[in-house]
Design a protein around this ligand. Sequence first.
Ligand code: NOJ
Length: 782
Amino acid sequence: MFWSVYIAFIITLSITGSTATSSPGLNETKWLDSRRQADAWVSRMNLTEKAAIVTGSLTGTCIEYVAPVESVGFGGLCLQDGPAGIRLAHLASVFPAGVTISATWDRELMSQRGSAMAAEFRGKGAHVVLGPSAGPLGRSPLGGRNWESFSPDPFLTGVAMDQTIRAIQEGGVQGSAKHIIGNEQETQRKRTVVDGKQVEAISSNIDDCTLHELYLWPFADAVRAGVASVMCGYSRVNSTYSCDNKHLLVDILKGELGFDGYVVSDYMATMSGIDSASFGLDMNQPGPMLSDLTKTAWGDNLADAVHNNLFPEARLNDMVRRVLTPYLYLGQNTPDYPSVDPSSLYLTLENFGLLQPWMPTPAGRDVRGNHSALIRHMGAAGCVLLKNVNNTLPLKESDITNIGVFGDDAADVTSGLVNPDDGFSIGTLGIGGGSGGGRNSFIVSPLEAIKERAREKGGITVQYITNNTALSSGVPGALYPWPDICLVFLKTWETEGADRESLEADGDSTAVVENVASLCPRKTVVITHSGGANTMPWASNPNVVGIIAAHYPGQESGNAIVDVLFGDVNPSGRLPYITSNRTEDYGEQAQILNVTGPAATESWAWQSNFTEGLMIDYRHFDSNDIDPLYEFGYGLSYTTFELASELSVSVRSGPVSPYPGTVPTNSTLALGGNPNLWKTVVTCSSSVKNTGSLAGATVVQLYVSLPQDDVPSGTPVRVLRGFDKVFLDAGETKAVSFALTRRDLSYWDVEAQDWRIPRGEIGISLGFSSRDLRRRSTVKII
Ligand code: NOJ
């Protein structure tokens, strides 16, 4: 008996896993072989061919394209958006957004999503996924593209980048981590011309420490994971355009982080000509042109520049090698790599408004496989249960014969299967807009899924009002009898190219909720489809007994939420950001910079100073003692959990130096930076128990507090440095363990230009959210 329990304990220990995937994502020998083969190809190419490989071509049918070079057998590259599935495609899936998958806090699901997306990209003949995204990180909750990325927490985003990239590339497709860096707002993201005057794009002015500890952190994970490509963004970093930023691209990305793939420009983000190639850009997309369409960049210009000794051929060779190595490494030159789906041409034309009625619209290759089931599963797992008074949820089918469904997000979409620019029209919101969106081949609305459920059960009435204009001015008297339960579906439209104007859900949502809640006392449940934080002024309304943040779930929107509402899925999502009812609580950094008036025509007017440093999202709230509405890491379940044992902490044996030391000479590739940064220094363990009567999953979270007297001022009081999603049967207990690396326990020392473990007691806390910390300990390393 004793031995079987002991063996079970050991097995549990090994399966609950640690916090970090510590090994690099590339097979170094294979990568170096591919690099040698790339060099061999380079040596056989002429200047024109080499210049063509690093310059996009408008001859392709994908959003971005590199033409083949037949003399060496290079078949060309099809680069397609985006981070939630292949966008310009027919018969492809729309997956949950980045924020949704990070709300699952589930490494396995992050990876499964990446694998399924890779299968679809490959099936369509695309070689490169233009994603995942870690920029924006989410400095402001109003950022229009935050939902494409994962979380304002760099650790969580780093894990999601790592899992997604490894999975995409294991599927034979290249990832492109975007947008490096400081791409934190959409407003003035590009250079504009106002009253005839050229106004430069916003400059994200970020100090060195903040850059390393916050915004660069997940890109280090991406490089560590072996990402093939990194995309530089439209905006400026410390006054220099990202794609021209030598310090960022050469010193930091390729130098410090050891990135050996290629830097690709965002679409028309290249601001200078040949100079940008000297500054570290390796591929200019979408073709031989600059952001200013009147000028050309690269292509034959680059060949001429080399020919005239104005640009070193060695650097051109380096650029080509960087582009070819991942292509060869992933076996994309093999004959079995699918050709580009012919429908791609027409979908790309359609994207630019060029599809004419007389043109054919051939059906695409169906690459969806059985991904719907996975998408439904991920959508449910990304739901965060925020409020559940008297266990109103899950709905007890025996108690419900008359369901009321309200809100414009509940209904079927009314403006086509691609999100229109106007996100306010009636219809459920599965994904945001712009290049991170997708073309649904179908979308299941909540109302459809609820009706389906009612039909299956029989004897249930489903009444609904999905017109928010009507609901916000009082609930029309069209309901009889009054519903047993009222489900209010709200949505928040977020898109590339614009920032959010407020944190309130759209469609006069506050009035909608208040009106429905007054009709449905103590029986109103609100579900939000949103790409991030919302104010919820109605959260304390006693008639609102349930709240679920369902994020952007993708095409299975309705099915995913019905699974949670009816208890087929026990919710286990956790907020990957903090929420408050007062936008000002987020600090000045929450405001999107908007220069207006006469200053708006000043060339250098758009300066966004990241003076808050590391203090964004929960770090700002926790360090300034501000009460949130629902905190980072928070989420309820239909069961309950507790930590069942003490937190045990042990330091690696032998002396530990404050700095990581020099890069070991036996490593050719130091992916993600000095390999010593990724070594485990501290191990923590405890155990978690499901104390309820239902199987479910929880997320055990580990936060680190560096000693405030030996770190620079502005260091947050605690930061996430580990999490483990644990599935438990009722009554079951499992061990959890966390391996903290040197990087996890260090701060960026700007003088030493290195990571340093501080002297003194480092606090370690374990719990179920950033404010629900149940076990604390300290460890002294130095
Ligand atoms: C611009 C977006 O910023 C980028 O994320 C996307 O990949 C390209 N357009 C291509 O559509």
